[in-house]
Design a protein around this ligand. Structure first.
Ligand SMILES: [Zn+2]
Length: 387
């Protein structure tokens, strides 16, 4: 039976699609591991009526062959990605793009194809500092206007084989973890690429994210866990040989690999059960944290804010922090301010509202972004408590 997608009153809106094979290794039955109930399907903010919000249970399962933890049922893409929510406002992403550009520039690519890259941010950063003949973004839903040498092919990459075949370098940044069928994607890339083509990949360091209690590690967008061994196995399985591996700030993993023309020689996948254990620990810790924060809020007299119009706040509420105790959600992204955090009745405000608040507290649970957010709040409103 597939998982229903329901509205607030429990009325069915759609159904999730059962995963037909392990996301990482492509075979192996999935064994149920952990369920999170009634999770908002979209991780951003919205101006639609609350009654239209969609929820589904997250049914996490482990592959019996390789151990990879993944969602057994996949939510409809049009609900998960119903609006852009990656404002990428903070400094971490700037540093990430700079580091990835440096890695790419070391290979002096002439013809780059970037898969995904909706905003064009990585492309602009590269061509501003380095010469290249063309940087072609293949993206079905671009949000930027291309300017030479950046070009745009508005398509899914499966339909852009000729473009990929003309590249000497393929790059994709924070794409692989979003795909429902990453293995099929990598095989398609290998089939479309000329032998010798370099592929540069950036993915989140999911193990480090879970370690730092990041609710942005696994969710309706990132539907499977993979560490470095599984990532390298997936690349080799598709016919890419490792050339370089770099870690970026316990935030991302960069891999450069070369299409070698001989897929299917990777052997048995590495054991990935550690991801399932780490996720179970993370969920248990988050529930304890939510309970402790709720107790602290009950004793506290001032208003309590949550930072982040994103999954961080949704997850804390899902773990049991009382929504009724939250004055508002704070977010630096001006496109979110004034909207409602999806799946809640909470409005998103600019952090500047704290300047008028004496005796308020802000809960910041934002993994890699926690340090820079905390510093910002201390400068903005020194009297506010940061929890
Ligand atoms: Zn597997």
């Amino acid at each position: 039976m597939s998982t229903p997608v329901v509205d607030r009153r429990g009325r069915a809106l759609a159904t999730c699609e059962p995963r037909d094979a392990c996301a990482a290794c492509g075979s192996g039955p999935l064994r149920p591991a952990l369920e999170l109930l009634r999770v908002p399907v979209h991780m951003g903010c919205t101006d639609q009526p609350p009654g239209e919000d969609a929820f589904a249970d997250q049914r996490w399962a482990g592959c019996e062959r390789c151990g990879c933890l993944q969602l057994a049922d996949l939510a409809p893409l049009e609900l998960v990605y119903q609006a852009q929510h990656n404002g990428a406002v903070g400094g971490v992403w700037g540093r990430h793009h700079d580091a990835l550009v440096t890695l790419l520039a070391g290979h002096a690519p002439r013809q780059v194809v970037e898969v995904g890259g909706a905003s064009g941010a990585l492309a602009r950063r590269y061509v501003a500092a380095h010469a290249t003949e063309a940087w072609t973004v293949v993206e079905p839903n671009p949000t930027f206007v291309a300017q030479e040498p950046v070009r745009l092919v508005e398509a899914f990459v499966e339909d852009a084989g000729e473009t990929v075949g003309a590249a000497d370098t393929i790059v994709h940044s924070h794409l692989l973890e979003h795909l429902y069928r990453p293995r099929a994607f990598l095989h398609t890339m290998r089939e479309q690429a000329q032998p010798g083509t370099l592929m540069v990949v950036s993915v989140p360091d999911l193990a480090a994210l879970l370690d730092r209690s990041g609710a942005n590690a696994l969710n309706f967008e990132h539907t499977y866990f993979f560490g470095i061994p599984t990532l390298l196995w997936m690349l080799q399985d598709a016919g890419f040989e490792l050339e370089a591996l770099r870690r970026f700030e316990r935030h991302s993993i960069f891999v450069a690999a070369v299409a070698d023309g001989r897929p299917g020689r990777a052997g048995e996948p590495p054991c990935a059960v550690e991801g399932a254990r780490a996720f179970a620990r993370f969920v248990a810790a988050a529930r304890r944290d939510a309970a402790e924060l709720a107790a602290r809020a009950a004793e506290f007299e001032g208003p309590v804010f949550l930072f982040g119009g994103h999954v961080f706040s949704q997850f804390l509420l899902g773990c049991g922090f009382p929504e009724a105790r939250v004055a508002a959600v704070l977010d630096n992204d001006p496109t979110k301010q004034g909207l409602r955090l999806y799946g809640t009745d909470l409005t998103v405000r600019a952090p500047g509202v704290l300047a008028q608040e004496g005796g308020a507290a802000v809960i910041v649970r934002a993994a890699h972004y926690t340090a820079e957010i905390t510093q910002q709040l201390r400068e903005l409103a020194p009297a506010v408590e940061v929890w």
